[in-house]
Write a protein that binds this ligand. Structure first.
Ligand code: TTP
Ligand code: MN
Ligand code: MN
Ligand code: MN
Length: 409
């Protein structure tokens, strides 16, 4: 990654969408150590405290020099979310905590290369158990704490608790797909719905789903999906977004935003296409499970910060084996935008999560706009705006361009 001094000029900004944040920063080890404190707070359900660390880490990621005791006192401790409370005109930009443990903890790291509290956390059985239990897809911190409180500690405990079937050779088995037979013996799947990824299945597939995905495989998956989509609806366009687009060498999942190249169609070519594509990929054996599928049904209870009205499917995908290599199940997120919402979709799904969080906050507080992956709305009269390129999204919101590889806030 090329890092020129200019791109760091805005590292003092309070909004992550104004800072250039490279994938790897000069204070990577410090960020990782503070990351332990963030994770600990997050696993314990201390959301406000966790966010404080997340914000401090995010600010450090944009700081262009190795932090020393000297520049810490002259500069770093005055950065937003790190040092003393800065008076802000907007109350919700302020810290809700009155003390700033980060200041002492960062100093500790500069002096000793570790933070004592992190050592304590790393030695804690509860921390490792909660971390392990949440490594299973679909198990969040709250569920993990509940499982811990009834005595579960390891993945093996979880296998027993969720009654995962074990084969004779000791390997775990996926449950057979349930089928019913019609009176004349025709075999049809019991449910017309695509199979959900149950906790049981997530446990069986955990080694696959935990493994990271190379850029090469991301691109191969993208090509396979696009070939299927082209058969279904010619002329679609797509961008691989998420961590891949921010330059990560290894991704945890694959995120793709789709649309249609025909702007005049008013989105008719993409309406319902998400569901059709997922069904087709399922019929081909490429998609094995679905964890979320939006479209014709009423909005479900998925309450995440990135909720928008775009059609999307969160799936489990596996490339066909070519006989020489064993393939792994991967998480694949498919997002469909009408042509006019394509660029807000791409910006909204490129991330990082902190970049997106502050992009929304910036738009709302500073510009009187609501940003979301499905478009930009002016708050006072609900007028919708649909930028025609990614650069136009930035310009419209009054932001300097930040390259996707510098959005690792
Ligand atoms: P993710 O796929 O969850 O994350 P990622 O691609 O940044 O990193 P990873 O390699 O671990 O997959 O989300 C994709 C993008 O969607 C994310 O970068 C920003 C956006 N997003 C949000 O803004 N809020 C959310 O809650 C989620 C899940 C995603
Ligand atoms: Mn703080
Ligand atoms: Mn991703
Ligand atoms: Mn994703």
């Amino acid at each position: 990654l090329v890092t020129s001094p200019r791109i760091f000029s805005n590292y003092t900004a309070r909004y992550a969408c104004l800072r250039a944040s490279p994938l790897v920063c000069p204070n990577q080890a410090l960020a990782a150590e503070l990351g332990v404190l963030y994770l600990h707070r997050d696993l314990e359900g201390k959301a406000v405290n966790a966010l404080g660390y997340q914000r401090a880490i995010s600010v450090l990621k944009a700081y262009p020099r190795v932090i020393t005791l000297e520049n810490f006192d002259t500069e770093v401790r005055h950065l937003p979310y790190i040092g003393e409370k800065i008076q802000s005109k907007v109350t919700y930009l302020q810290h809700t905590t009155s003390s700033h443990p980060e200041v002492e903890q960062i100093k500790e790291f500069i002096r000793f290369g570790v933070i004592e509290e992190c050592q304590t956390i790393r030695a804690s059985e509860r921390f490792w158990s909660l971390k392990t239990l949440t490594s299973v897809h679909g198990i969040g911190a709250t569920t993990a704490r509940n499982l811990y409180s009834i005595g579960l500690r390891t993945l093996e405990d979880m296998e027993r608790y969720y009654d995962v079937p074990v084969a004779d050779d000791g390997t775990l088995k996926l449950e057979e797909e349930e089928v019913i037979y019609t009176p004349n013996g025709k075999r049809i799947p019991r449910q017309a719905r695509l199979p959900d990824l149950s906790t049981k299945a997530a446990l069986v597939l955990r080694n696959d789903l935990e493994a990271s995905i190379s850029r090469e495989e991301v691109e191969e998956m993208h090509a396979v999906v696009m070939a299927e989509l082209e058969e279904l609806q010619p002329g679609c366009v797509s961008t691989i977004v998420g961590g891949y687009r921010r330059g990560k060498l290894q991704s945890n999942d694959v995120d793709i935003v789709f649309s249609h190249s025909d702007l005049r169609s008013g989105g008719n070519q993409v309406k319902g296409l998400c569901r059709k594509l997922v069904q087709r990929l399922y019929d081909r054996g490429l998609v094995t499970h679905v964890t979320h599928l939006s479209g014709f049904h009423a909005r479900d209870a998925m309450r995440t910060s990135h909720w928008d009205s775009l059609e999307k499917a969160l799936t489990i995908f596996i490339l066909p084996s070519d006989g020489t290599q064993k393939r792994s199940h991967r998480r694949l997120d498919l997002i469909f935008a009408a042509p006019e919402a394509y660029w807000t979709g791409v910006v909204g799904w490129t991330g990082s999560k902190m970049f997106e969080r502050d992009l929304r906050l910036w738009a709302k507080v500073e510009k009187g706009m609501k940003f979301d992956s499905s478009g930009i709305t002016r708050r006072h009269d609900s007028k919708k705006f649909f930028p025609k390129s990614e650069l136009e999204v930035f310009e419209f919101l009054g932001l300097e361009w930040i390259d996707p590889t510098l959005r690792n806030a």
